[in-house]
Design a protein around this ligand. Sequence first.
Ligand code: APR
Length: 308
Amino acid sequence: MRNKITIVGAGFVGATAAHWCAVKELGDVVLMDIVEGMPQGKALDLLQAGPVEGYDLHIVGTNDYKDTANSDVVVITAGLPRKPGMTREDLVSTNAKIIRSVMENVVAQSPNAIFILVTNPLDTMTYLAKQISGLPRERIIGQAGVLDGARMRAFISMELNVSVENIHAFVLGGHGDEMVPLARYSTVAGIPITELLPADRVEAIMDRTRKGGGEIVSLLKQGSAFFAPSASTIQMVEAILKDRKMILPCSVYLEGEYGLSDICFGVPVKLGRQGVEQIIQIDLTEEEQAAMDKSAALIRSSMAALEL
Ligand code: APR
């Protein structure tokens, strides 16, 4: 049996995620959107790249949730992206309405799926999805830390002229301007960047990481980043479908971990076929924990706008 992956929202992030899924041959893909014709057109186009790229998959576009039935993984990218000058939190009320309707429909069709949220404000939308679906926290996961870590890895690579493959970076906390890049746990060939770079360069890299999404929004003028967000999402899908037990920072519902409860927040987790199979607690300094608490406060202020 082939895996079935539904992607709700066939815009920039969703369609590019479908592309990565196809190239990696992770399973059959359903692209779902409310705009008539658009997901069908993109799916057909992607299907027609198969003979060139050599993938044999079913790829369909639809406006009908029935076609998403019995998916193994559902990726949710439906919702508005930011415009220049907007924070992710500015999207909360519009995107909450969309996430509410999408979750009701997809969960009804695929009650056993693992759900990956991508829509911003990410942690707040993940929390909303968790609360309205009532699903266990193992199966509602927000994508943020993989992307933020990838941005930080790219910036470290640019700074040191070292292969990205040698670089590991941990960015925890909320997916907002108060996210928490952890320099001590960010390494080049196992060596913490704090030992390789002067403090002001480490701070500059962390600052650019925090503002990484905004930097792209300002350059694009309309819409937000989509290549790295979709690639990050599909790394999570792959870890789940291949049961890789990969440790990745993801937004999950916390029940006391890192001193936080009743919030979805970015922490390191082990991803496998069951979804979140373990939440990993790493030691934080007082300063790092304070940064986590400040980040959580920003997420809670956007959660306050939810009508649950
Ligand atoms: N059901 C299904 N699809 C929907 C719905 C809905 N109720 N409402 C909107 N959509 C679709 C839109 O029709 C559009 O095709 O979601 C898609 C969003 O695509 P884009 O506007 O291209 O936005 P994108 O850049 O893909 O970002 C999507 O991901 O990274 C986040 O901040 C970003 O919240 C944004 C989301």
